[in-house]
Design a protein around this ligand. Structure first.
Ligand code: ATR
Length: 276
């Protein structure tokens, strides 16, 4: 390799905990890409200035994490369809004076469910818990898989109704409160932030159909309360670590034009979590 390696960053606040540098370093080594990837802590009121400074320094692209995904969306000069639908951006590319915004969270989730867990979404009854930023971010890629139906359930029903209206053109999507969920589902995705507080959305065991698959977009050393509940009621469960690796792979692919092998990176991260 020769010349200066291309630079990429992840911007957030806080950022010290981010696993993205480790993931992208593994992808780069695996695919022989000459690049470096660093954490950048942006001041809470200084996201746009931080991005401008990184561009000035010649950085080629940045991932964006909490709490800047909405600001990244506003800052981008061009947006992909999935970023527009998400209303948020987690991947910025700086090229020829243009700030291009994309969102790889939803496709990361879908790839983890469909490819890694081997669970088809097409033709299945899907329940999405939550109607905040995380839930909205994954709706279009889920609808693109053509589920038989998608129900969005949220504590604040009005927010679920707004999302269902917004995505109505993409397929059979409807809104519900938790208490009025009467059907059972093949796939239940927890997109609420309840797991962060060790909390469980007020769901009934009857939402899990036969051989249901339950996915928590959060991850940690131990299974979340939602995963434990789902497992107790017969569902196969998976946490969001694979989504983290898959969204990174999609960003890497956008920037470098090469798709890394996510399996060994996922396995190492899982082993690292267990050792923490
Ligand atoms: P995020 O970016 O993580 O999606 P958010 O936009 O604040 O964060 O959304 C949080 C989501 O988790 C919302 O759907 C929220 O429900 P409300 O819209 O009714 O507030 C949901 N949520 C958070 N804590 C919850 C809990 N303990 N039980 C059920 N839902 C919860």
């Amino acid at each position: 390799m020769n010349g200066t390696p291309d630079r990429y960053t992840v911007i957030g606040n806080p950022i010290a905990h981010s696993k993205s540098p480790e993931i992208h370093a593994r992808f780069a080594a695996q695919t022989g890409q000459d690049m470096i990837y660093e954490r950048v802590l942006a001041p809470l009121d200084g996201f746009a200035q931080t991005v401008q400074e990184l561009i000035r320094q010649g950085v080629k692209g940045s991932n964006v994490t909490v709490p800047f995904k909405l600001e990244a969306y506003a800052l981008a000069n061009s947006l992909t369809e999935r970023a527009k639908a998400a209303g948020a951006v987690n991947t910025l590319t700086f090229e020829n004076g243009v700030i291009a915004g994309d969102n790889t969270d939803g496709i990361g989730l879908v790839n983890d469910i469909v490819r890694n867990a081997g669970v088809a979404i097409t033709g299945r009854r899907v329940l999405l818990l939550g109607a905040g930023g995380a839930a909205r971010g994954v709706l279009l890629p889920i609808m693109d898989q053509r589920p038989a139906e998608l129900v969005i359930a949220n504590r604040t029903v009005g927010k679920a109704e707004e999302l269902a209206m917004q995505f109505a053109a993409h397929g059979p999507v409807s809104a519900s409160g938790f208490g009025s969920l009467k059907k059972s589902f093949d796939i239940v995705i927890n997109g609420t932030s309840a797991s962060l507080a060790d909390d469980l959305p007020p769901i009934e065991p009857s939402i899990f159909g036969d051989n249901a698959f339950a996915y928590d977009m959060m991850y940690g050393k131990a299974p979340t309360v939602f995963m434990r509940f789902a497992q107790r009621h017969g569902a196969r469960v998976r946490d969001g670590l694979g989504m983290l690796v898959e969204q990174a792979a999609e960003s890497f692919c956008i920037w470098r034009g090469v798709r890394p092998d996510t399996a060994p990176v996922y396995a190492d991260l899982r082993a690292g979590l267990q050792a923490e």
